[in-house]
Structures are given as C-alpha cells and as structure tokens.
Write a protein that binds this ligand. Structure first.
Ligand SMILES: *Cc1c(COP(=O)(O)O)cnc(C)c1O
Length: 523
C-alpha cells in the first residue's frame, strides 16, 4: 500500500535503486544510516494540530472582528518545536558547504570564512545598527566603510571607490554607468562595448542592460585576448572594453597594459572584471595597468560568505577620469576626525555623480567581515593569499594534466584556477557524468561547461586555504572518476548512487519550478 504515513515518506523518494547498486537492501523508512529522508514541512505537519497550547478565545473576542472572523480553518500545518528543529537540522545535513569539505567551484572562489570575521560582524554596534541612525551614533560603522574603501584603493592603486554596489554584477553596472556618465559629460555618444569570448555572462549582460551593443573580442589559441584583433576594432564608436583579469581560462592577461593604452588612445574606457582579484591581490595593482573601473567581489577575494543567495558585496574602484562620476553616498572624514556621509549633491559635493546604486550605504555585514580579514592578514598576509591560491591551482593543474585534456597548460602557469576539457572521454561519457561521479566521492563538483571556449569545460579552483593533504585527497578522487570517464565506464552515467537524490531534471527544475505545494489526494 502506498498511502503516505505520518512522515509523508513515499517509497519512490528513496535514493535506493532496485539494481542493488547500493550494496544493501532498501530500508523501510528510506533512511540510510545517518542520511535521513526529509519530506516537506507541509507533509510532516497537520492542519488540525498545533505546537502550542493556547486557550480557546473568549466567546466575545471574535466580536471585535466585526463579523469578519474566519469560519474555516486557515489550513497551515502545525508542528511542535522538536519537529521544526529536526526538519531544518536534517535539511542542513544534506547541504554541502565550504565548512564540510573542499569546494572546487572555479570562477566563484568559495573561500573559508574565518570565524573571527563572523564574531566581529555580530558585534551589536555593527549588527544592530539601523541604516537611518543619526551619523553621530554610527561613527564606528562609517569608519569601517571608510577604512575598507582606503584598503581597496591602496590594493588596486586607484583613487576613487564606490562602496554601495551589492554584488559583482551590480558593481559592473555601477562601473559602466560611470563610464556612460563620463562619455555623456563630454557629449560623446559611443554605442559599443567589447567583451572577450570567455567573459563571464554578467559582463555582456551589464553592457546590454546599460544600453550598449555588445561585440565579442576573439581569443588567441593560448587563451588570452587577441590584442591585434581588439586593436583593429577600436574606433570612435567603442565606449569601453570589459576584460576579466586574470581571465576565465585561468590566465593572466599579459597584454593588459598595451590593451588599456590602445583603448585610451581611441577615446574609450577600460573596465576590468575584478572577480578574480584573489589571484593577484598584493602583487599587481590594476591601476598601474590602466584600469578605469573595476569591481571587487568582497564575497570572493576577501572571504565573506556567499552562495545559496547569500549577500554579496561588489565595491568599485575608479581612475581619476571616472572618480567624479561615482555614485552617492560616500563617506568623508572631517578635519577633526569625524566621519560623515555625502548623501546628495549639496554644499560639500557638486560633482557630476551619476546617481545612486542602492537606497542606503551597502552591505555592512560584508564590510565588517572583509575589513576584519584584511586587518588579520595584513598587507604581507594578503600577498601570501594570492601566492598560495596560485600555487594550489597549479598543483591541481600539474597533477591532472597527464590524464585530462588541459587546453592552456602550455600557456604558462595558471592563476587561481585550473581548466580542463572532456577530450578523450569514451562511450559518450561527458563532463556532467564526471561531475556526478565526484558527488559519490564526497565532493561538490567543480564548475562545469564554463568557460564556453573549451569543450566540456571543467574549471577547478582550490583556494589558498586548502592543505596539500586535502588537495592530494581531492586529486586522488578526481583522478579515479576521470579514469572511469576515459575508460568509458557506463556505470558513471547513473551517478550519483549515494546522494539523497539521483539525477534530477535540472532543466525542468529551472524552467518549470514547482513553487506551490498542493495537498495530495489522500484517498
Ligand atoms: C562571480 C563573478 C561575477 C559576478 O559576481 P556576482 O557577485 O555573482 O554578481 C562576474 N565576473 C566574474 C569573473 C565572476 O567570477
């Protein structure tokens, strides 16, 4: 009989398959040792139960509703406290996070979030502050914003900074709006933004959102921007180029300065996508390379948490040419040391700012975490972060290049991430199969099918916080699954075998998400 029991568990939910691949019989609960099946809250609770004992309302209490009191049940499922706590605890155990194991996602830089950062961010003076609190009562918070901005200016060698953008893509928009404002201020109606083929999708999206036409810049065989092709396309219609450095093939753009000089000579601006700044922080100052605007993902480079829709923070640094157009608000310091916010064009500020990115001042929680990270590492520590990140990525690249197609392995050392392709996989096995096989080995998969310039791309970024032992274990697991893909092991097509769910229809889930729960027929 298939009637749902109280837990809402149905046999078809079980990860166990009939083919015996689990090396054990199906369990009656669907649980597998400590891996527990977890239905939806709605399936656990009951509308006629409640977690609290409240007295029935007095007979005349309803009268205060003027006859509008409900006469039907609201239908919400009641749970008592242990049921609710267990539900969320069980779900949290099914979640893979950076505190559980290595997170090899390339391009996303999932870093360890030191506990010290969390401690500081939770200090009531920061955590409980209201964005409209009088500035005289928020001096410490304003100082954090100001000092963090100063660190970013020093690290990048750029004179202006906007702290309010709330993520990398938001920062890109901020930078491109400043470029547009600067062009408009000189009456220049340039219409085209150039992006390399390997650009993160947010780059062309940003340019298009700001009203520009986007054109591709080709890459050379070694995975870097084709300087000659770029130069040939420059002219009076090019508003800006947007280049990620280090780029998404994991390589440093060696011609960046030459590119920037050529773009400037043609009257355009240089936007650098700085999401990969963790590979060069403390070693390269983008301002020296001719960058006009660059966003910095605090939630990648400076260890503030992200993922799962968590908050990001994408401050933007500006060159002299763009700094006057930066958005409001910004923090300034009086001669007597007090801090204040320039909130609007006013007596103190009559600059040509393009406007605002956000209602308030930015992501305070991310600011406190990022500044804590910087202060606890110091300038020398931040330099070591980039060195160790690059060392770790090269270790992964050189440990796998004999087995996996590594298209740019001959283009010099990689930066913070190692890129592989699926050439040589047998029996129609794909990058997706390898990624699913890694789940069985206990690892979150790397970034797959990005960048698009490499067939079956696998982008692996280990971050500086991983030890050699942790990397060796990961490489051993990766090699074993890659060997199966190259040997054409058909079993890999059905991986993962040991996850709570097997292969999901990810396209259907993205295109037609089921966002409402309906009571199943209980007959
Ligand atoms: C992550 C990333 C972005 C976008 O940053 P978000 O904070 O996710 O908006 C842009 N470019 C590159 C190269 C990135 O890695």
């Amino acid at each position: 009989m298939n009637a749902p029991n109280k837990s809402g568990w149905k046999p078809e939910m079980a990860a166990t398959s009939e083919d015996g691949l689990h090396n054990g019989p199906a369990t009656t609960t669907g649980n597998r040792a400590l891996m527990l099946e977890e239905p939806l809250l709605f399936e656990i609770g009951h509308a006629d139960e409640t977690g609290v004992d409240l007295p029935e309302p007095a007979a005349d209490a309803a009268n205060r509703l003027g006859g509008f009191d409900r006469d039907t049940s609201i239908g919400l499922k009641g749970l008592h406290e242990p049921e609710a706590v267990r539900h969320y605890t069980r779900l949290s155990r099914q979640n893979y996070g950076i505190d559980l194991g290595l997170f090899p996602l390339g391009s996303c830089t999932m870093k360890h979030n030191p506990r010290l950062n969390e401690k500081v961010a939770r200090m009531p003076g920061f955590a409980d502050l209201h964005p409209m609190a009088p500035q005289s009562t928020a001096q410490g918070a304003l100082q954090v914003i100001h000092e963090l901005g100063e660190w970013l200016k020093t690290l990048t060698g750029m004179p202006g900074v906007a702290m309010s953008p709330k993520a990398g893509a938001h920062g890109e928009l901020c930078g491109i709006l400043a470029i547009r404002a600067a062009l408009e201020a000189r009456g220049d109606a340039r219409k085209v933004v150039l992006c390399p083929e390997s650009a993160h999708g947010t780059n062309p999206a940003t340019a298009a959102f700001a009203g520009y036409e986007v054109e591709d810049i080709p890459a050379t065989d070694e995975g870097r921007v084709d300087f000659e092709a770029l130069k040939a396309r420059l002219g009076p219609d090019i508003a800006a180029v947007m280049i990620t450095n280090p780029n998404t093939c994991g390589l440093f753009e060696r011609d960046f300065k030459k590119i920037a000089d050529a773009v400037h000579e043609a009257g355009g601006f240089v936007y650098c996508d700085g999401a990969n700044f963790n590979a060069i922080v403390g070693r390269v100052r983008p301002g020296d390379l001719g960058v006009d605007a660059m966003h910095i993902n605090l939630h990648k480079t400076f260890s503030t948490p992200h993922g799962g829709g968590g908050p990001g923070s994408g401050p933007v640094v500006f060159s002299d040419a763009l700094a006057p157009f930066a958005p409001l608000p910004f923090v300034k310091q009086e001669d007597d040391g007090t801090y204040y916010l320039v909130e609007e064009e006013s007596r103190e500020h009559r600059g040509p700012s393009f406007g605002r990115m956000t209602a308030f001042h930015g992501q305070m929680g991310m600011f406190t975490r990022a500044l804590t990270y910087m202060l606890s590492h110091g300038a020398d520590g931040l330099k070591q972060v980039s060195e160790d990140a690059v060392l770790n990525a090269n270790y992964v690249l050189r440990s796998l290049e004999d087995l996996l197609h590594a298209p740019y392995a001959d283009s010099g050392p990689c930066m913070h991430e190692a890129l592989f392709g699926d050439a040589g996989f047998e029996n129609g096995l794909s990058t997706l199969d390898l990624a699913k096989g890694l789940i069985d080995e206990g690892y979150h998969p790397m970034t797959v099918y990005f960048p698009l310039v490499v067939h079956g791309a696998m982008l692996v970024e280990p971050t500086e916080t991983e030890s050699k032992a942790a990397l060796d274990q990961f490489i051993t697991a990766f090699r074993s699954v890659a060997e199966r893909a190259k040997a054409g092991d058909e079993g890999l097509k059905q991986a993962p075998y040991y996850a709570p769910r097997r292969r999901l229809d990810e396209t259907l889930a993205a295109r037609k998400p089921v966002l409402a729960w309906t009571e199943p027929d209980r007959d």
